[in-house]
Structures are given as structure tokens and as C-alpha cells.
Design a protein around this ligand. Sequence first.
Ligand code: ZN
Length: 202
Amino acid sequence: MNVEQVYKDANALLDGHFLLASGNHSSQYLQSAKVMEYPHKASQLTNALASMIRDAQIEVDTICAPALGGVLTGYELARSLQVRSIFVEKKEGGMQLRRGFTVSKGERIIICEDIITTGGSALKAFDAIEALGGKVVAFASLANRGFCKRIKGASTSKSECALPKDIPLFALDDFSFEMYAPKDCPLCKAGHSPAIKPGSQG
Ligand code: ZN
């Protein structure tokens, strides 16, 4: 599967001048909500992700996603793997299970995101699950921004990667876009219109 083409076809690989959550600027942005817009396409992506997880013989009971970004991907991946789907939500700098969701001792859980950048939200979900006695057996995402080393990926783990090194990361593809500190941004220097936030914050 050509994941970059799937993103392009869904108008989910944006070109422009973007302000990222990290404060850096970039000329490209992945709008994963757009590739989840059509459920039949979404399930093709999560079926491919599920195949990678099965091939690695990872045994899983439940998918857990950090809300809001990972919820649709997590739900579809749970359908692909025929397991339970739950999500954690932001609480006082961390994440927590709400809405009556529970985790049993030793329950095998995959933390699922739409995109793994440095893995900050996924790590908060990991902390919430492990505090309840769950066992995180893998991380999974549609796209990997190239900071964390994924199974079958070419990139090595960079210092920005927040994920535990001893737990595998599955993703369909690596997207290693250039990022710039605002003072070094070539788009700003070229007099481009101001950087915009295309995600949930803008
Ligand atoms: Zn800029």
C-alpha cells in the first residue's frame, strides 16, 4: 500500500506554511482526520496495520487511543483485529480512562494514534494504562513522523522520541518532513503569509 498516495488522494498531505504543536514551522502537514473521513478507506489502512501486528505475532486484547486524534484510528484498528476499543482523555497534564472504561490486570493493550510525532500523547496513554495494571504490548499509528523507530522502518530513534525503547512501534509509513525553528524558517524569510495551525487548535 502506498500510504503517501492515500494521504494525497484524501487531500490529507497539505503544502503551505504551518505552525506545529511543538512551536516549529513546516511546509508540509499530515491531516489524518481527512484519511479517516471515508470509513471504507479507513478500514483499508487499519487492515494493513493489523496485518503488520499479526505478522509480528503480537497478542492483543484491547486497543486504547488518546482522544481526540487517535479515537477513529483506534476504533477501526480494533475492528480489524476483532478486539475491544477504549480511549483515554486529557486530565491535568496526563491522560485518564473515563466513561466507565476499565482495564484488567495483565490485559494486553496496544496504544493507537493517527500520527506518532515524538509520541508525547501516546506516552501519557501508556502511563494511564500501566498505572491500572494493563500491559502495553505495542504502539501503532497510521503515520510516523520519523522521530521514533518503527517496525520495518528505515529511521532510527531520535532523542526527541518519548516512547519506551523496548516496546515495538507499528506504522504504515515514515514521513520525515523538514521542521524549522521560527527564526530559521525559510518560508518566513521568503515573506510567506504567516504560519497557520491546521489541527484541532486552530
Ligand atoms: Zn515560518
